[in-house]
Ligand binder design. Structure first.
Ligand code: ZN
Length: 360
């Protein structure tokens, strides 16, 4: 099912796009470049490790940052804080490349050679700092992960896409920094940023995490959703080619954008609509998208991405932050907040900008 963001800002569900027109072409926005600081872990990560969520997250990020040429992973490797078979295999692959079979126990321990090698490859002598933990005033996240740095002057379209990626990374960083606090009691410390209330503030504002017993499961759902959004930008051949974000081939003037629900999981599939092959694994940006201000573009892209990556339950539209709908969106119960596309754009906006998203 296609889901269209109409020019009135609401989404419409369509089984077919047969009301739409004609056009063509793709976009080639600039790619993100890797960044980061020294990697630290508190406890062992990997086979038989303690596998604390934040430790696992740090290793997953590091494996992506060192890249496949150095025995690491491609950016579509999931950053979810769970040390499953893929993460364990990724650790072993890294160790195999650098230490051979003898050093390939699948376990990364604080202060040991695998961690030292990761830091060496990342240009850090080792120790000190957690690359993905930084949060600044107002909850704005430090762009330690993969900041978007345009290589050439971006087009209007590309600006919106690049900004969306920045917000998504800020959102993901914010969720990651909350993970150690999700199941803890409040921990007022010497600095506000180390307090639970601060770390959980935006998650609670937009997803009511503390209003449900499934705190960690729901937090992970949010993290996974933002991580899949990040992966959309990184797919092989990806965005920066003819994937992910495309100019609407039907040139529809009634919508900002459209995509296939759960299209993230429909790689390579397409449907024929109006004699055009429409990919199910893309997000299409229609002509009315172009004149939108950059912020509104990024907001719309994240909204669409939520529909696109939502899984196993679809992320739907339960309320928008429109004038007149604020009561509705504010009063959604936790499970609907979690499955509401606008929650994700609102969260990402607020985390990245340190203030609530505008009411449209
Ligand atoms: Zn929608």
């Amino acid at each position: 099912m296609f889901i269209c963001k109409a020019v009135d800002g609401t989404c419409k569900k369509l089984t077919s796009l047969d009301s739409l027109g004609n056009g063509g072409g793709g976009v080639t926005p600039p790619g993100p470049t890797p960044g980061g600081g020294p990697v630290t872990i508190k406890f062992p990560v990997g086979i038989n490790g303690r596998n604390e969520a934040l430790d696992v997250l740090n290793i997953q990020v590091a494996l992506i940052q060192v890249g496949p040429a150095n025995g690491g992973q491609t950016p579509d490797f999931a950053i979810d804080g769970i040390c499953g078979p893929k993460t364990k295999a990724a650790i072993q692959k890294f160790q195999l490349q650098h230490f051979g079979w003898k050093g390939c126990d699948g376990l990364i321990e604080p202060g040991k050679q695998t961690l030292a090698k990761l830091n060496e490859l990342l240009g850090h002598g080792g120790g000190g700092g957690i690359p993905i933990l930084g949060t600044g005033p107002g909850g704005a996240a430090k762009q330690a992960l993969l900041p978007a740095t345009p290589a050439a002057p971006p087009t209007e379209l590309q600006k919106g896409i690049a900004l969306a990626l920045k917000w998504i990374l800020a959102a993901q960083t914010n969720v990651i920094s909350a993970i150690p606090y999700v199941n803890s009691k409040d921990t007022p410390g010497p600095f506000q940023v180390f307090g639970r209330e601060f770390r959980m503030r935006q998650l609670n504002n937009h997803f009511l995490i503390d209003k449900t017993p499934a705190k960690m499961a729901n937090t992970r759902f949010v993290l996974k959703t933002f991580d899949r959004m990040r992966q959309v930008f990184e797919r092989p051949g990806g965005l920066w080619g003819e994937a992910a974000f495309e100019k609407d081939p039907l040139n529809d003037n009634t919508v900002f954008a459209y995509t296939w629900w759960g299209g993230f999981f429909k790689g390579g599939q397409h449907r024929v609509e109006k004699q055009h092959k429409i990919r199910l694994d893309s997000i299409f940006l229609s002509p009315p998208f172009n004149p939108l201000i950059e912020e509104r573009k990024a907001f719309t892209i994240i909204h669409e991405l939520a529909h696109f990556v939502g899984h196993p339950e679809f992320i739907d539209d339960h309320a928008y932050n429109f004038q007149g709908q604020m009561k509705k969106i504010n009063n959604l119960p936790p499970h609907l907040k979690l499955l509401n596309a606008e929650s994700y754009s609102n969260f990402a906006y607020e985390v990245a900008n340190g203030k609530p998203a505008p009411i449209f």
